[in-house]
Design a protein around this ligand. Sequence first.
Ligand code: AMP
Length: 293
Amino acid sequence: MITVVRSLLDLRRHCQLWHQKGESVALVPTMGGLHLGHLSLVERAGKLCQRVCVSVFVNPAQFGQGEDYEGYPRDESADIATLTGKCDLLYLPTLEQIYPPGFSLSLGLSGHLTQELCGRTRPIHFNGVALVVTKLLLQVAPAIAIFGEKDYQQLLVIGRLVQELDLPVDIVGVPIVRESDGLALSSRNAYLSAPERLRASTLYRSLRRAADEISSGKRPISDVLARAHSWLQNGGFDPIDYIELRDAATLLPVADKLENPARLLAAARLGKARLIDNVAVIPPDVSCSMQGG
Ligand code: AMP
């Protein structure tokens, strides 16, 4: 069983009832095309709260001109079937429930968190994400909202957003779910042709290998990043938007010495699909002592 609501009024009716009964509510925002990665978020939500609301909304505000808003994989009945028995409420808002006619608000986070990495090629993306997530958080009023580390930059942007707006919600990140060859599950993997799908795991394998090389401390970080760039190029990725090592907590660049936990992040196009992925990178000393211990 699953209850599907499409209007803010119906959503509020359910959420307010839960809030009145003192039941804790978790929100899992998605854009649909649901897969096991999304379900791992739903599962975590169910462990943390008594009630789980999943939203499916392909948010036009986070797509730039010429991006894939129109063609983004949408399959409402498959999403309903996937979630049946796994959450309490599925919110499928119409465009007007989020952006009523005449809607004029925009939210802008400035600085490296939104302007660098994916923000360089997608300059309006994170402001659009910030806007829709703020609206969903205010509409559902959950105690907890769950996001995937798959979109690591997004996770940190949202953490900063709720902090700066004093929104009373805990943001929880969930590890990336991968296919057996390492490719991170993504709705956009549907864009890959069969030969591209075979090559797509090069992204994860390059990140993994580069992360291990950086943790070993045997080569300069810049050399490792240049090698990883060429692995992606040889794998047919073009263009490679970025492959960068960043501090895991702040996403500030890591120059030549890694002292704190970091994240190696990449975005690159393979055919029609722009794939993003990231892996954790342990500083050399920590990885040595972990191996030793
Ligand atoms: P999306 O529908 O792509 O906007 O994703 C909705 C949420 O699911 C986001 O918080 C994503 O980070 C998360 N997500 C997407 N793919 C994965 C994955 N493979 N593993 C874990 N979380 C994911």
